[in-house]
Ligand binder design. Structure first.
Ligand SMILES: Cc1cc2nc3c(=O)[nH]c(=O)nc-3n(C[C@H](O)[C@H](O)[C@H](O)COP(=O)(O)O)c2cc1C
Length: 200
C-alpha cells in the first residue's frame, strides 16, 4: 500500500510509530524552578552526536518535563532496562505539576552530580544533561506544530557496576527496553558484532 499523508492511511491505527521502531526510551527526570521533581518516559528520544555527546527528546504538547527544562535547563536520561518497564510505564501518568512521579510510582531517587534534577537510583545508567537548545518544530507551511524538541549535552554519566563487564556497558545484562508502535515494546536480547568493510 501507499498513502499520501494528506489523504490518510485508512487503517485502524496509524502505522507511523511502528515503522520508526524500535525507539529507545529516555526516562527523563527534571526539576522545576520551585524545586518540584518530575519523571516521565519519552520515546521520541535518541543520541544525535557522539563528540560531544548530545541527546534529544521531543514533547508532543507542552508537558511538565518541557516546562521544567525550559525553566531550569537541566535533565537526566535514565536507562530503561527490562526490569524497569512497569515502573517506567507508571511514570507516564498525567500527574498535575508539582506531584512527583518518583513518589507516585514508588521509585527511589538519588542525587545527580552535575545537575539539580534527581535520577532513578536503581537505573543501570543515567546521563546528566544540560540543555543546549529547545525548538518548537514548524511544519512544511512554516506553521508551529505541537512538538517541542529539547537538545541536551551530556555532562555526566552513571553506570551501575552490576552491568559492567570487562570495561564495557554490558547490554546482555542491562537488557534495554524499546518502544515499538501501537502498545508494543521490545527488549534487546539478540546481540551480535558486525564488522564494517576494512575492519579487522
Ligand atoms: C514508553 C512511552 C513513551 C512516550 N514517549 C513520549 C514522547 O516521546 N513524547 C511525548 O510527548 N510523550 C510521550 N509519552 C507520554 C508521556 O510520558 C506522558 O504524556 C507523561 O504524562 C508526560 O509527563 P510530564 O507531563 O510529567 O512530562 C510516552 C509514554 C510512554 C509510556
Amino acid at each position: 500500500m501507499f498513502y499520501r499523508l494528506e489523504d490518510g492511511h485508512g487503517l485502524p491505527h496509524d502505522p507511523f510509530k511502528a515503522i520508526v521502531a524500535p525507539r529507545p526510551i529516555g526516562w527523563i527526570s527534571s526539576i522545576a524552578r520551585d524545586g518540584s521533581v518530575n519523571l516521565a518516559p519519552y520515546s521520541f528520544f535518541n543520541a544525535v552526536s557522539g563528540k560531544p555527546p548530545i541527546v534529544m527528546f521531543s514533547s508532543e504538547l507542552r508537558k511538565n518535563t518541557l516546562e521544567n527544562v525550559e525553566e531550569t535547563r537541566e535533565f537526566a536520561c535514565n536507562f530503561v532496562g527490562e526490569p524497569f518497564l512497569k515502573e517506567m510505564s507508571d511514570t507516564s501518568a498525567a500527574l498535575p505539576h508539582g506531584e512527583s512521579e518518583f513518589d507516585f510510582a514508588k521509585i527511589e531517587q538519588a542525587e545527580c552530580n552535575e545537575i539539580a534534577p534527581p535520577r532513578v537510583k536503581a537505573a543501570y545508567a543515567c546521563l546528566e544533561c544540560k540543555v543546549i537548545k529547545i525548538i518548537n518544530l514548524k511544519d512544511l507551511r512554516d506553521e508551529p506544530t505541537n512538538a517541542w524538541t529539547v537538545f541536551g549535552q551530556v555532562v555526566g554519566a552513571h553506570i551501575a557496576d552490576e552491568v559492567m563487564t570487562e570495561g564495557r556497558f554490558d547490554l546482555e545484562k542491562a537488557k534495554p527496553a524499546a518502544r515499538l508502535g501501537y502498545r508494543d515494546y521490545a527488549v534487546v536480547r539478540d546481540i551480535f558484532e558486525l564488522k564494517r568493510p576494512g575492519q579487522a
